[in-house]
Design a protein around this ligand. Structure first.
Ligand code: CDP
Ligand code: MG
Length: 135
Protein backbone atom coordinates (compact mmCIF):
# COMPACT_ATOMS: atom_id res chain seq x y z
CA UNK A 1 0.00 0.00 0.00
CA UNK A 2 1.40 3.42 -0.94
CA UNK A 3 2.24 5.48 2.13
CA UNK A 4 3.91 8.77 2.94
CA UNK A 5 6.39 9.20 5.78
CA UNK A 6 8.01 12.25 7.35
CA UNK A 7 11.80 12.14 7.56
CA UNK A 8 14.23 14.54 9.21
CA UNK A 9 17.88 14.60 8.23
CA UNK A 10 19.06 15.91 11.57
CA UNK A 11 21.57 18.70 12.34
CA UNK A 12 24.47 16.27 12.86
CA UNK A 13 24.05 14.98 9.30
CA UNK A 14 23.86 18.50 7.86
CA UNK A 15 26.98 19.57 9.80
CA UNK A 16 28.86 16.51 8.57
CA UNK A 17 27.91 17.05 4.94
CA UNK A 18 26.04 13.75 4.63
CA UNK A 19 22.65 15.01 3.38
CA UNK A 20 23.34 13.87 -0.17
CA UNK A 21 24.43 10.37 0.85
CA UNK A 22 21.35 9.92 3.03
CA UNK A 23 18.99 11.19 0.32
CA UNK A 24 20.64 8.80 -2.13
CA UNK A 25 19.80 5.83 0.05
CA UNK A 26 16.11 6.68 0.02
CA UNK A 27 16.19 7.39 -3.73
CA UNK A 28 18.09 4.18 -4.51
CA UNK A 29 15.45 2.23 -2.64
CA UNK A 30 12.85 3.63 -5.01
CA UNK A 31 11.07 6.07 -2.71
CA UNK A 32 9.69 9.26 -4.23
CA UNK A 33 10.61 12.67 -2.83
CA UNK A 34 7.33 14.53 -2.33
CA UNK A 35 8.57 17.58 -0.39
CA UNK A 36 11.88 18.82 1.03
CA UNK A 37 12.92 21.89 3.00
CA UNK A 38 15.96 22.91 5.02
CA UNK A 39 15.07 24.76 8.20
CA UNK A 40 16.37 25.62 11.64
CA UNK A 41 13.68 25.00 14.25
CA UNK A 42 13.00 26.67 17.58
CA UNK A 43 12.24 24.96 20.90
CA UNK A 44 8.47 25.13 20.36
CA UNK A 45 8.74 23.25 17.07
CA UNK A 46 11.05 20.67 18.65
CA UNK A 47 8.53 20.17 21.47
CA UNK A 48 5.68 19.78 18.95
CA UNK A 49 7.61 17.28 16.86
CA UNK A 50 8.77 15.27 19.89
CA UNK A 51 5.50 15.64 21.84
CA UNK A 52 5.63 12.01 23.00
CA UNK A 53 9.10 12.54 24.52
CA UNK A 54 8.98 15.98 26.18
CA UNK A 55 8.70 14.53 29.68
CA UNK A 56 11.59 12.07 29.26
CA UNK A 57 14.76 12.77 31.30
CA UNK A 58 16.81 12.77 28.09
CA UNK A 59 14.56 15.26 26.30
CA UNK A 60 16.33 18.57 27.24
CA UNK A 61 19.60 17.59 25.52
CA UNK A 62 17.60 16.22 22.57
CA UNK A 63 15.86 19.61 22.25
CA UNK A 64 19.27 21.33 22.34
CA UNK A 65 20.47 19.05 19.57
CA UNK A 66 17.34 19.38 17.42
CA UNK A 67 17.57 23.19 17.52
CA UNK A 68 21.38 23.36 17.17
CA UNK A 69 21.46 24.06 13.43
CA UNK A 70 19.74 23.47 10.13
CA UNK A 71 18.02 20.18 9.40
CA UNK A 72 16.33 18.91 6.26
CA UNK A 73 12.70 17.80 6.47
CA UNK A 74 11.26 15.63 3.74
CA UNK A 75 8.23 13.60 2.84
CA UNK A 76 8.86 10.32 1.07
CA UNK A 77 6.26 8.21 -0.69
CA UNK A 78 6.25 4.58 -1.72
CA UNK A 79 4.90 1.11 -1.07
CA UNK A 80 4.96 0.54 2.72
CA UNK A 81 7.16 3.64 3.02
CA UNK A 82 6.75 3.94 6.82
CA UNK A 83 8.27 0.57 7.72
CA UNK A 84 10.69 0.57 4.76
CA UNK A 85 12.25 3.89 5.87
CA UNK A 86 12.42 2.80 9.53
CA UNK A 87 14.40 -0.26 8.41
CA UNK A 88 16.70 1.79 6.18
CA UNK A 89 17.35 4.11 9.15
CA UNK A 90 18.18 1.28 11.58
CA UNK A 91 17.90 1.02 15.35
CA UNK A 92 17.75 4.24 17.38
CA UNK A 93 21.20 3.84 18.97
CA UNK A 94 23.82 4.21 16.26
CA UNK A 95 26.22 2.09 18.29
CA UNK A 96 23.83 -0.86 18.05
CA UNK A 97 22.24 -0.23 14.65
CA UNK A 98 23.08 -2.86 12.03
CA UNK A 99 25.80 -2.09 9.50
CA UNK A 100 24.11 -1.33 6.19
CA UNK A 101 21.58 0.98 7.83
CA UNK A 102 22.01 4.75 7.82
CA UNK A 103 22.48 4.90 11.59
CA UNK A 104 24.60 1.74 11.64
CA UNK A 105 26.95 3.14 9.02
CA UNK A 106 27.05 6.81 10.03
CA UNK A 107 26.30 7.27 13.75
CA UNK A 108 28.05 6.38 17.01
CA UNK A 109 25.42 7.95 19.27
CA UNK A 110 21.95 7.30 20.62
CA UNK A 111 21.09 11.02 20.31
CA UNK A 112 22.97 12.29 17.27
CA UNK A 113 21.68 9.53 15.03
CA UNK A 114 21.33 11.33 11.71
CA UNK A 115 17.69 10.72 10.86
CA UNK A 116 14.12 10.64 12.10
CA UNK A 117 11.23 8.80 10.48
CA UNK A 118 7.56 8.45 11.38
CA UNK A 119 6.81 5.18 13.18
CA UNK A 120 3.13 4.64 12.25
CA UNK A 121 0.40 5.91 9.94
CA UNK A 122 -0.88 8.10 12.79
CA UNK A 123 2.50 9.71 13.44
CA UNK A 124 3.10 10.12 9.71
CA UNK A 125 -0.17 12.02 9.34
CA UNK A 126 0.54 14.17 12.40
CA UNK A 127 4.17 14.90 11.52
CA UNK A 128 3.50 15.57 7.83
CA UNK A 129 0.80 18.10 8.78
CA UNK A 130 3.15 19.70 11.34
CA UNK A 131 6.11 20.11 8.96
CA UNK A 132 4.29 20.61 5.66
CA UNK A 133 0.85 22.08 6.43
CA UNK A 134 0.27 22.97 2.76
CA UNK A 135 0.88 19.46 1.47
O1 CDP B 1 14.05 8.06 16.45
P1 CDP B 1 13.47 6.77 17.00
O2 CDP B 1 11.98 6.64 16.75
O3 CDP B 1 14.24 5.58 16.53
O4 CDP B 1 13.70 6.80 18.58
P2 CDP B 1 12.82 7.37 19.79
O5 CDP B 1 12.90 6.40 20.91
O6 CDP B 1 11.46 7.77 19.32
O7 CDP B 1 13.61 8.66 20.25
C1 CDP B 1 13.56 9.85 19.49
C2 CDP B 1 14.95 10.43 19.40
O8 CDP B 1 15.37 10.83 20.68
C3 CDP B 1 16.05 9.48 18.92
O9 CDP B 1 16.09 9.36 17.51
C4 CDP B 1 17.30 10.12 19.49
O10 CDP B 1 17.75 11.20 18.66
C5 CDP B 1 16.78 10.72 20.80
N1 CDP B 1 17.09 9.93 21.99
C6 CDP B 1 17.98 10.44 22.94
O11 CDP B 1 18.48 11.55 22.77
N2 CDP B 1 18.27 9.70 24.06
C7 CDP B 1 17.69 8.51 24.28
N3 CDP B 1 17.99 7.82 25.39
C8 CDP B 1 16.79 7.99 23.34
C9 CDP B 1 16.50 8.72 22.21
MG1 MG C 1 10.39 7.62 17.59
Amino acid sequence: MAQRTLVLIKPDAVRRGLVGQILSRYEEKGLTLVAMEQRTIDAAMADAHYAEHVEKPWYPPLREFATSGPLVALVLEGDEAISVVRRLNGATDGRQAEPGTIRGDMSLSNRENMVHASDSEESSARETALWFPDL
